[in-house]
Design a protein around this ligand. Structure first.
Ligand code: F3S
Length: 281
């Protein structure tokens, strides 16, 4: 059986970098280490780090209570006030904000300082959006739905700078920008959507189209894994969803000439490699 593992399977570049950063700090012997929020939505990884002494700060209050240690900022990023607080408390900051998110921080910082109204297309409750808002000099407007965009009513002389949450759907972003454009505001639009998700889906589709069987690995609550499964199933009838190696039934895959493997965004490399090794043995 020939096995083809998708290059984009599992963590995106930014999450991998953040997780690696935490392990590097552990290996250096840094202590105590905190992450501002869970480094990734994967219990196995968070628990493994906990066993190595890394604690998760659940919010600003927990940070305010610290008197020593190293605080790691995860890939979603945080607002400027969190950096200030880390400094005020005399703590060490290790910044693992994804560079693509950092770029949005720089844009909104500059544009709002120049007097533009920042509009973030995204989910107002998402930590990434929280962080972006924290780099705006004046309150940002967050829009997620067509209705919210249609209801927006600002003075005509306001000049907008529109950015997006990195994981927002591109088509929906375009629709909302279109609505704001029709309203006739002076605007700068910066498409800050990251294509990691789209790349993962495109590659999965491409492999599934050629494969005799396909395995999709991911958490049971992961919506992006579910989406990957649907995409692959459309191309390859013999698509199987598993969470870990334990769910793998090699018997049903025996007759496959080419077996494809992909994984959702929060699946650790270790699990992916275990599955690949087992299939190749
Ligand atoms: Fe990941 Fe960074 Fe994109 S965290 S999804 S590579 S914006």
């Amino acid at each position: 059986m020939q096995v083809e593992l998708a290059k984009s399977a599992g963590f995106c570049f930014g999450v991998q970098r953040a997780v690696d950063t935490v392990y590097e700090q552990v290996e250096k012997g840094v202590s105590p280490i905190y992450t501002y929020g869970p480094i990734i939505h994967n219990e196995v990884v968070v628990q493994d780090l906990e066993e190595k002494g890394v604690r998760v700060l659940e919010g600003r209050e927990a940070l305010e209570a610290l008197t020593e240690g190293t605080v790691i900022i995860r890939s979603h990023g945080v607002g400027r006030e969190i950096y200030d607080l880390i400094q005020e408390r005399g703590l060490t900051c290790v910044d693992a904000t994804c560079p693509f998110v950092k770029k949005i921080h720089r844009i909104v910082d500059k544009e709002s300082a120049e007097g533009r109204q920042i509009v973030i297309i995204g989910n107002d409750r998402h930590p990434e959006v929280e962080g972006i808002k924290g780099w705006c000099h004046t309150p940002a407007i967050v829009l997620e739905s067509v209705q919210q965009a249609e209801n927006l009513s600002l003075s005509r002389d306001v000049s907008l700078c529109i950015v997006s949450q990195t994981t927002f759907n591109y088509k929906k972003f375009q629709d909302l920008v279109e609505i704001l454009s029709e309203k006739g505001y002076d605007r700068t639009v910066v498409n800050t959507i990251c294509n990691a998700t789209e790349e993962r889906q495109t590659e999965a589709r491409r492999i599934a189209a050629r494969a005799d069987a396909m395995i999709v690995i991911g958490g049971s609550h992961s919506s992006n894994t579910q989406k990957l499964f649907e995409i692959c199933k459309k191309e390859c009838e013999n698509t199987y969803y598993i969470q870990t190696l334990q769910d793998l039934d090699l018997e049903v895959l025996r007759s496959a000439g080419l077996l494809g493997i992909t994984a959702g965004a929060s699946t650790p490399k270790k699990i992916i490699e275990e599955v690949r090794t087992e299939c190749q043995s």
